[in-house]
Design a protein around this ligand. Structure first.
Ligand code: MRU
Length: 370
């Protein structure tokens, strides 16, 4: 998946004009051209580019290459990828049509392994199509309708999480936030960053310490870019400075999202979350995970069962310092994209159905099924 070329670069805007979150979603279906359109997150904050897709294989590649990233956003992108596969299928028989969709489902689900939202969204499309007695030409439309529903629900779910989560935030709080969990990581609004945004809109004075989030710098590049748009005060910190600020008593809350939460409350999230949660606990600072129920995988009992994506060493070694490579030639690297924070370090999990407190093993399944 190295030669990724978006189907079409649509436009280049500067970030101020884009006013992201007000005028557009990170992932959406363009009904005038029957294309999937997404913000190309690889170029932010330097360039704001939209890319368009007509082929589900390109969507899978875009997910792998992190044109689109963030668990809910890749779920929605994959759902629309299924709609592209449905529209492209020439099948007139139901069984052949389903075969085509299953093939697309396998390709899309293989794009990234950790975020359960990807498989969740693809399986939801498959289920709706399989359960429908409609003829093939109607199933095509049904696929797109369901993908649109997934995208619309994501925005609604994020707003509800934000309202619940904002009750945990107090006026004057300084919050450490990890990775990017905002409107870019979802269809719109965001998970953990959505909570921060809601609290800000409610008039609470908040300061955000933005973990830069090595090695892909989703915090420094994307979260900082979003906070600029929303007018929320922030400072970028190196990931390894989080303990310093926690120990000095300068931080009241730690907030992050998740790519998968298991039935016992273990949280897989962007690499570095575990160390952050450890430092938060050592300093009696609450660490909150903000996750839609689509991120909770009750089929897994504990975090050890979550597949962790290992990404290319190039993402670590390719970084530069003052225009020069950071490591000697021939250096090797390891690059896990996520880690698992054990439930005992999580103070509460905010969902669209409400806030879940320990013991998660008992309370989480109840909240998901609500
Ligand atoms: O590798 P990424 O950038 O897709 O990782 C994203 C995260 O880890 C987010 O914290 C997570 O998806 C939850 S936020 C919506």
């Amino acid at each position: 998946m190295l030669n990724f070329r978006p189907f079409q670069i649509l436009r280049s805007l500067n970030s101020k004009r884009a006013r992201f979150g007000v005028e557009m979603r990170s992932v959406f279906w363009d009904y005038s051209s029957n294309q999937l359109k997404m913000i190309d997150q690889r170029h932010l904050p330097a360039r704001f580019e939209m890319v368009a897709f007509q082929d589900y294989r390109q969507v899978a590649e875009a997910i792998h290459e992190m044109v689109v990233r963030g668990a809910p956003a890749i779920g929605a992108a994959a759902a629309f990828g299924m709609a592209l596969a449905a529209l492209a299928s020439r099948a007139s028989e139901r069984s052949t049509f389903l075969q085509d969709l299953h093939q697309a489902a396998e390709v899309l689900k293989a794009a990234r392994p950790t975020a359960v939202n990807l498989a969740w969204a693809v399986n939801r499309i498959l289920r709706v199509v399989q359960d429908s007695p409609a003829p093939v030409h109607e199933l095509r439309a049904l696929t797109l309708e369901e993908a649109q529903r997934i995208a619309d629900e994501d925005v609604e779910v994020n707003r509800r999480m934000a309202e619940y989560g904002a009750t945990l935030i107090e006026d004057g709080d300084t919050i450490i936030h990890h990775c990017n969990t905002g409107a870019l990581a979802t269809v719109d609004w965001g998970t953990a960053l959505g909570v921060i945004r809601m609290a800000h809109e409610q008039g609470k004075r908040i300061h955000v310490l933005v973990d830069e989030t090595r090695p892909r710098l989703q915090g420094a590049r994307l979260t900082a870019w979003e906070l600029e748009q929303y007018g929320i005060p922030y400072e970028i910190i190196t990931d390894n400075a989080a303990g310093f600020f926690l120990r000095r008593g300068e931080v009241q809350k730690v907030l992050f999202g998740a790519d998968r939460v298991t039935a016992n409350g273990d949280v897989a999230n962007k690499i570095g979350t575990y160390m952050l949660a450890l430092a938060a606990r050592d300093n009696n600072v609450p660490a909150y995970a903000v996750v839609p129920t689509s991120t909770i995988d009750l089929s897994l009992r504990r975090g050890e069962e979550i597949p962790i994506e290992m990404r290319s060493p190039e993402e670590v070694l390719g970084l530069q310092f003052k225009g020069e490579p950071i490591a000697p030639q021939g250096a090797k690297a390891r690059n896990p994209a996520f880690d698992v924070t054990p439930a005992r370090l999580i103070s509460a999990i905010v969902t669209e159905n409400g806030i879940v407190y320990p013991p998660f093993g008992e309370n989480l399944p109840r909240m998901v099924r609500r």
